[in-house]
Design a protein. Structure first.
Length: 486
């Protein structure tokens, strides 16, 4: 059933909650003639249930993404490649967008005959991109499409990386002219916090650099040209929990289009009782720890810096023993900063022109295809544990997609600022409809929003700082009937 509405979210179940091979599914539109992995079969079912190019579905001429991708255009695919290592020790499948899904998406992108395709992200500064590439088989992916004459580039959007000795170095291959600088100024959603701008922090980064990019009347972001020069951007997040934002999916994933972390306020220094939003209440031990952390981040790498980092950790441990926790990162439900940064980036992607200004009309097409075949729960984004969630979603609107994602994870989107505020009435809006107007299809059939809940009742475990503050109270029994991939 085809629907031409930006408020539509399509959900499809995968055959299994893994990324392995399946008995081939006939796909006459593909060069191989078949979808041969769990992700490829689920993606094909998602595109069919979305009603794309329905008149030619099932034929060699089917071109589902041709509705958005014009021949000769440029496409950027933005996965979640946050790090080369899952700090929980629970593997990469719940940490990053799986390569088999990226490959399956690229097969359908290729059918639309774009002139160039980029696949890229800006991981954390400490990510070893070469190690990530080996794990996620970047070179095999690139070669597979290049050998067919398909122009594909895999790009690390970062300008800076962090070496093992904690020295930050500029990426010479990513000069400033490969980015567009946006200053949202008074249009930024961070503007209500201007009086506290001196308190903006990103954990483990120099606070003075952040003070130059975000100050009263100044709110700057540095976005990779590959993103804003594209006619179509396909956002392909990994659905998982996030300590600061509660959920990372269609909305939070855009942090990775920004080249320098010192353009990204994540929280404000201090406890909620002291005018910050780093942690609840007030704690003299945490205040001392934050001071040590600031001093360490301002020092050149070396023994004094390492000593201050160690002292900061010990002071946070004292706070935990006194009945608190070790949170010095804004990792809790009271974080009132990170959602503003994320929604600013969404507005830049939607309305940002190449001259660094926002325009009244949307500047490019953005699609959202979310990998939740294996999701991540708990202490994401860097230490998630796997959830056999077994689904993909597709949507044209990031706010609608994330509202549905929250319910599918067992969380209440009204209790999560990142999602609730995405429906705000600010300038350059992200949605021209209300949450009540979102339509959901499950494998092509209407699915009432009040019944959208975790499949089989398996809710994601929230991050520790959100427990008891984000869970969904069910009005109806969750829908548990599994789908069969066609």
């Amino acid at each position: 059933m085809a629907q031409d509405r930006s408020s539509l979210v399509c959900v499809t179940r995968s055959r299994r909650p893994d990324y392995g091979p399946v008995e081939p599914v006939d796909a006459p539109e593909l060069p191989s003639g078949a979808a041969q992995t769990v992700a490829a079969a689920a993606l094909r079912n998602l595109l069919l249930s979305w009603g794309l190019d329905a008149a030619r579905a099932g034929t060699p001429a089917w071109n589902p993404l041709g509705r958005w991708i014009a021949p000769g255009s440029t496409v950027t695919v933005k996965p979640n490649w946050v790090s080369h290592d899952n700090q929980s020790g629970m593997g990469m499948d719940c940490l990053v967008t799986h390569t088999s899904l990226i490959e399956a998406i690229l097969e359908y992108v290729a059918l639309a005959k774009p002139a160039a395709v980029h696949v890229g992200d800006a991981p954390v500064q400490g990510c070893d991109f070469d190690a990530l590439g080996r794990c996620c088989r970047f070179e095999a992916l690139r070669s597979r499409f290049s050998n067919r004459g398909f122009a594909l580039r895999i790009v690390d959007f970062r300008r800076t990386v962090l070496r093992e000795d904690r020295a930050v170095r500029e990426q010479e291959r990513r000069p400033l002219d490969q980015y567009v600088l946006y200053d949202l100024a008074r249009e930024s959603l961070l503007t209500p916090l201007d009086r506290d701008a001196r308190l903006f922090r990103v954990t483990m980064y120099h606070p003075g650099r952040l003070a130059r990019t975000h100050a009263p009347g100044v709110h700057q972001y540095l976005v990779a040209r590959e993103v804003v020069e594209a006619g179509v951007v396909i956002n392909v997040p990994k659905l998982k929990c996030h300590k600061k934002a509660c959920i990372t999916g269609a909305l939070k994933n855009l942090v990775g289009i920004n080249g320098n972390k010192e353009f990204l306020p994540h929280h404000r220094k201090g406890g909620a009782s002291d005018g910050g939003d780093c942690y609840a209440g007030s704690s003299p031990w945490k205040r001392l720890a934050e001071g040590m952390l600031d001093k360490a981040n301002r020092l050149e790498p070396g023994a004094p810096q390492r000593a201050m980092f160690s002292l900061s950790a010990r002071l946070a441990a004292v706070a935990e023993k006194l009945g608190g926790d070790r949170n010095l990162e804004g990792s809790w439900y009271g974080n009132d900063t990170i959602w503003r940064t994320c929604l600013d980036l969404q507005r830049i992607l939607a309305y940002g022109a190449l001259d660094g200004t926002l325009r009244p009309q949307r500047q490019r097409t953005v699609l959202h295809i979310t990998d939740a075949i294996i999701g991540g729960e708990g202490e994401g984004p860097l230490a998630p544990s796997p959830v056999p969630s077994g689904f993909l979603t597709g949507a044209e609107n990031c706010a609608a997609a994330e509202w549905v994602h929250a319910r599918l994870m067992g969380m209440d989107p009204r209790k999560i600022p990142l999602i609730r505020e995405a429906f705000g009435t600010f300038s350059y809006p992200l949605a021209d409809f209300t949450p009540e107007q979102i339509s959901v299809l499950l494998d092509g059939d209407p699915w009432p929003m009040e019944r959208v809940a975790p499949f089989g009742g398996r809710a994601f475990r929230p991050p520790s700082g959100w427990l008891g503050h984000c869970e969904l109270a069910y009005d109806h029994e969750p829908h548990t009937q599994p789908s069969v991939v066609a």
